[in-house]
Each structure stands twice: as structure tokens, then as C-alpha cells.
Ligand binder design. Structure first.
Ligand code: GLY
Ligand code: MN
Ligand code: MN
Length: 466
């Protein structure tokens, strides 16, 4: 028997104003915006589609202790719902309701330990969805929602367990209804369509990203001002984390990198337990996450508060590369334009140092500077720190559009073991990273609240902590 039209524990949009206002406060994004996102996603799906987007689950760390819960970014983008064990089902054109959430039921015992749950009784109204059902009823209800659908979209291959569950629901439907329950049904990856939506940020998302960037900028200023030779890298990390939390962000968007001296030549150095040498540069790559949105800043500064001549020389070079790259981040330019602009600045300088030999255009074509600038200059930024969205469309780089957000983070590194490096450059690693919004006009730098010219850094470091 078909279960497609069956309603169990279905809770229509009855009034639950207290739950609704709580959700709006939690995300800073209106329920109507989430509804618009779901509509746009459904409009982009093939005829007769159903889409399944699973929330994250709590992961045990050991014993009875869990890792901090982080909602799945796709699910958060489409619902604003930050509880574990959710599943969003979108069934475009379904007359009884197109958007359906499965979520945990209220439970006094569970809530005693982990806090209040929204529960299916309130979820539909609070989140602007058509129905909400208990997640424990998923295996009973979901197969019916798939019936007659010609394409099942989900993050195909994203999570082996979820892939298995989808197959299990298809199997269950076929065994209940017969093989014509899903005539010519196909599986399709939802990633591409959904990630294209996430790539261009709304005004509300940009507001949150400005806020996240501002908290992170304050944290970097604090670390610069707290820094003195002889302290441990972890002391600086503590300043960053303190400032994130005091600023209103519960989490870092990624593990902080606090790399003094030669540690800066390890691109993702996260041990953060070395002593800060007197004459070292300190590279800090750290950003908070606010309401799910990431910020990502790198600054490099002298532990002593004063750049040496050689540190300043190389720092100015990276800064020039970064300025050129930011200037290239304009609508109509392609994604790789900032990287190419930075590479040109680096390559010219490396030729002048005698570290690269050959013609400029030829060295650019072979990306010869990557010997000293090992990583790309940009990545998308959003709910994920390395955010979703294709970098290429077919064979061509993606064209930048207003509302896209990317990092601009050129770096120059002279690891001690690298051959042919002059003694005075050995062990120096410098990266400067800002978060940039593509606008119709000038690129908007979200992270300008932390200085980056050598003079401004020295001036800030000369002030004591407020
Ligand atoms: N913080 C990691 C990155 O900059 O890509
Ligand atoms: Mn970074
Ligand atoms: Mn980055």
C-alpha cells in the first residue's frame, strides 16, 4: 500500500510564535529567506524530483563525551535548524506540502541533559515548513514520499551511511508497492545545484560574514598586542579564542594556526606549542565561525614589534602581491585572476632576486613561482571555510559575480631545507589573508579591521592591550 499521502504526527503551520522568534534570534536570518532558498532549489530540480538533505549527527569523542556539534552546512542553509538528526525532504509539486522536516521528538530525559528541543509539534511553524514528523518514524514515512518520483537528489557519495539509507528506503518502497513504485527512477547528486545557490551570498549572509570578520579582526589585533618574544604560541592561540568567544562566536571556523619563525613554512601548522623567538616573524591564520558563517584571516608580524630590514622587504613583497590580487577580484574577472595577479608580482621579484631564471611570461605559464608560493591564492568562503561552489565551468575558470565571497591569501615561504635560497631568507614564511566580497564596484574587504601595512602593524604592537 502506498504511504505517499499519509500524515502521521503531521503538524501544520499552526501558530507557535515563541518558537519562531527563538529560531530567528538563533540564526539572524529570517524564516522567509530559508523558504526562498528552498523554493529556488526546488525550481532548479528536474521534473518529478525529490530531494533529501540530511542534518549532522552528534559524534562521540570517547566515553559519554561528544565532539562539539556542527550542523551540516547544506541542511543549515536550507532550514536554519541547528539540532542533530534532522532530515529535510523537498517534494516539489506535492499537493499536501512540499517541504517536510524529520526531527527529534521532545523528550524530558534527553532535554534534561542536552537542553530544549524544538520538536515536530513546533518545527513546521517555527521554520516555515509544510510538515514536521518525528525522526523515529522516518523509515515508515519516507519511502512513501519517494513513490512515483523520477529522480532522487541527495549528496550522492557524501556519506556512505546515508547512501545506504537511501537505498534502503528505495528497497522498502519497492517491496511494499512493487517495482512500478519508482519507474525509471535515477539518483542524482544535489551538490552542484545547491552549491551554486550557496555561492552567491544574500544581504543577510553578508551581514553575518561582516560580523564574523570583525570579531576575527579584533582577535588578531589582540594577539598582535599580546605578543612578546619568549611566550608560547599557545598563549597567542588563547588570546584568539578568548576574543572569539567574547565577541560572540562559539567556535573557530578551523583550527588556529599560530606559527612562529620556521613553523610558518608548514602551511597548516596547528601544534601551536613552540616558543616565540626574539627575532621571529609570527604567522597567525585564524578565524571564527558565527551562526555557521566562517571568517579566515592571516597576518604575519614581528614578535619583537619591529620588522628587521629583510623581514620588511619580503613582507612588502607579499603585501604588494595581495594588493594586486584584491584589485583583480572584480565582477567579470575569472576566479583565477587574483591568483594570476599575485603570481606576476612574485615572479618578477623572484627573477630580480635570481631565484628564478627565464622570461617572465614563460615562468608564469609554468607557474615556476610555486616553488616558493606553494598554494593557491583564493578559495570560496561561506558556511564552510573552504566553501562550496565550482571553481571551473567546463574548461574555463568561473566568472566572478557580485555577492561571491573569496579569500585573497598570497604567501611566500623559504623552508630551511629548500635548495638555493639565500641565507637571509631561510626559515621565513609570510602569508597575508583577507576575506573579500565581489561587488559591482570596488572589492569589499571584510577583514580590514586588522592592520597589514608594516608601519600600521608596528604602531598597533607598540600600544599595550586595551
Ligand atoms: N585557514 C585555511 C586557509 O586559509 O585556507
Ligand atoms: Mn586562512
Ligand atoms: Mn583561507
Amino acid at each position: 500500500m502506498s504511504t505517499a499521502g499519509r500524515k502521521r504526527h503531521s503538524l501544520e503551520k499552526s501558530a507557535a510564535p515563541e518558537a519562531e522568534s527563538a529560531m530567528l534570534k538563533a540564526t539572524g536570518i529570517a524564516a522567509a529567506e530559508y523558504a526562498r532558498r528552498r523554493r529556488r532549489l526546488m525550481d532548479g530540480l528536474a521534473e518529478g524530483a525529490v530531494a533529501l538533505i540530511s542534518g549532522a549527527s552528534v559524534r562521540l569523542r570517547n566515553g559519554d563525551t561528544a565532539y562539539p556539534f556542527r550542523q551540516d552546512s547544506n541542511f543549515l542553509y536550507l532550514t536554519g535548524f541547528d539540532e542533530p538528526q534532522g532530515l529535510l525532504v523537498l517534494v516539489p509539486g506535492r499537493v499536501q506540502g512540499e517541504s517536510i522536516l524529520f526531527c527529534r521528538e521532545r523528550d524530558p530525559r534527553g532535554e534534561l541533559y542536552d537542553g530544549e528541543r524544538l520538536g515536530p509539534e513546533r518545527a513546521a511553524a517555527a521554520l516555515g515548513l509544510d510538515h514536521a514528523f518525528p525522526v523515529d518514524d522516518l523509515d515508515d514515512i519516507l519511502p512513501g514520499l519517494l513513490e512515483g518520483r523520477r529522480r532522487i537528489y541527495f549528496p550522492l557519495g557524501g556519506d556512505a551511511e546515508f547512501d545506504r539509507r537511501v537505498l534502503g528506503w528505495v528497497h522498502s518502497l519497492r517491496s511494499r508497492v512493487g517495482s512500478d513504485a519508482l519507474p525509471q527512477c535515477e539518483f542524482a547528486d544535489i551538490g552542484h545545484i545547491l552549491h551554486d545557490l550557496r555561492l552567491v551570498k544574500s544581504a543577510a549572509e553578508l551581514r553575518l560574514m561582516r560580523q564574523a570578520a570583525s570579531i576575527s579582526a579584533d582577535a588578531h589585533r589582540r594577539a598582535m598586542q599580546a605578543c612578546c618574544p619568549g611566550m608560547n604560541e599557545r598563549d597567542l592561540e588563547a588570546e584568539l579564542l578568548y576574543a572569539f568567544r567574547r565577541g560572540g562566536a562559539r567556535e573557530s571556523a578551523y583550527e588556529c594556526i599560530v606559527a612562529a619563525g620556521v613553523h610558518a613554512c608548514t602551511l597548516h601548522y596547528v601544534c601551536n606549542d613552540g616558543e616565540v623567538p626574539e627575532d621571529a616573524l609570527v604567522l597567525i591564520d585564524a578565524g571564527c565561525e558565527l551562526q555557521g558563517y566562517a571568517s579566515d584571516i592571516t597576518r604575519t608580524f614581528p614578535a619583537s614589534g619591529r620588522f628587521t630590514a629583510v623581514q620588511r622587504e619580503l613582507y612588502e613583497l607579499v603585501l604588494a602581491a595581495q594588493h594586486a590580487a584584491i584589485d583583480a577580484a572584480r565582477p567579470g574577472a575569472h576566479f583565477n585572476a587574483p591568483h594570476e595577479a599575485a603570481q606576476r608580482v612574485f615572479t618578477e621579484a623572484l627573477i630580480s632576486y635570481g631565484l628564478l631564471e627565464g622570461g617572465l611570461e614563460e615562468l608564469l605559464a609554468t607557474e615556476a613561482a610555486r616553488r616558493f608560493c606553494m598554494h593557491k591564492t583564493s578559495h570560496w568562503l561561506g558556511l564552510d571555510v573552504h566553501d562550496v561552489g565550482d571553481y571551473r565551468v567546463g574548461d574555463a575558470w568561473r566568472v566572478l559575480e557580485p555577492g561571491m565571497v573569496l579569500t585573497v591569501e598570497p604567501g611566500l615561504y623559504f623552508p630551511p631545507h629548500l635548495e638555493g635560497v639565500p641565507e637571509r631568507f631561510r626559515g621565513i614564511g609570510i602569508r597575508i589573508e583577507d576575506d573579500v566580497v565581489i561587488t559591482r564596484g570596488e572589492p569589499e574587504v571584510l577583514t580590514g579591521g586588522v592592520p597589514k601595512s608594516p608601519d600600521a602593524i608596528e604602531a598597533l604592537m607598540a600600544e599595550s592591550l586595551p
